[in-house]
Design a protein around this ligand. Structure first.
Ligand SMILES: Cn1c(O)c(C(=O)NCC(=O)O)c(=O)c2ccccc21
Ligand SMILES: [Mn+2]
Length: 261
């Protein structure tokens, strides 16, 4: 579990960008993933959670996927037995004024990824210039999860997945861990989706993963970062995502300019 990981990689004591970037880069290089706890001061984490709950109660989350991770056309649904609905999502660009704390999260994650990119071979040879929208996800807690998958199995341009978890008071009994598979099944990794935890992992086949059945309202915010060269190739080959929202790319350059001012 992620606690075991902490023994493997003691969390950086200093919270400045450079120390965290060095920690992230080393962890990604050695175990293909990285867990950072207490990303924000506790009160900021609670503000982010409050904004996500506000989005949820506003009804903006698109209807959940049918269990098994596929959408159903209306008529199909009429004939098949009522399937239980799973994860619901909504997308943010990272400049919205109604969710200022979520925007702060997106800006910090952008800055961490930029700082990693500034380290020698900091991102394992990837060159990140852009990212996706931020996907805010909610699992309704009816035992649905997300079946085993690889985020980017076929070179669609995404090289790094970053997930921020928002589940206060999470305990083993409510499930919903993220299980990340390893070639030798005996050392699969289970990440507890606890409030204020940041998880980063390579989006390709190195990290098959699944969300185990969740019995609580499970919130997370995911951002994907694009490798410039892979993304260019994918566009050339018209490898667009099934979800249009994943096709939108935001340049990190303006984040950097803002950070430096
Ligand atoms: C809702 N949700 C997901 O939760 C994950 C995923 O892997 N989540 C891991 C996690 O939340 O720990 C996804 O990868 C995903 C991909 C497309 C659409 C929705 C998606
Ligand atoms: Mn995934």
């Amino acid at each position: 579990s992620a606690t075991k990981l902490r023994e493997h990689f003691p969390q950086p004591l200093k919270k400045d960008l450079k120390s965290r970037a060095e920690f992230i880069s080393r962890s990604l290089k050695e175990i293909h993933l990285c867990v950072i706890d207490e990303l924000f001061e506790h009160d900021i984490a609670l503000k982010i959670l409050a904004e996500v709950k506000e989005l949820h109660s506003s009804g903006i989350f698109q209807d959940g996927l049918l269990s098994g991770g596929k959408t159903a056309s209306e008529d199909e649904e009429k004939f098949t037995e009522k399937k239980i609905r799973g994860d619901k999502i909504t997308w943010l660009e990272g400049n919205e004024i109604h969710v200022p704390s979520i925007v702060k999260l997106i800006e910090l994650v952008d800055s961490l990824v930029i700082s990693c990119g500034e380290l020698p071979d900091g991102l394992n040879g990837y060159f990140v210039e852009g990212r996706s929208k931020a996907m805010v996800a909610c699992y309704p807690g009816n035992g649905t999860g997300y079946k085993r998958h690889v985020d980017n199995p076929d070179g669609d341009g995404r090289c790094l997945t970053v997930i921020y978890y928002l589940n206060q008071g999470w305990g083993e009994d409510v499930g919903g861990k993220l299980k990340i598979y390893r070639p030798d099944d005996s050392n699969n990794i289970h990440v507890e989706p606890v409030l204020n935890r940041l998880l980063l992992f390579w989006s390709d086949g190195r990290n098959p993963h699944e969300v185990l059945p969740a019995y609580f309202t499970r919130y997370a915010i995911t951002i994907w970062y694009f490798d410039a060269e892979q993304r260019r190739r994918a566009k050339q080959l018209h490898k667009f995502e099934t979800m249009r929202d994943l096709d939108v790319e935001f340049a990190l350059s303006d984040v950097e300019a803002k950070r430096k001012e």
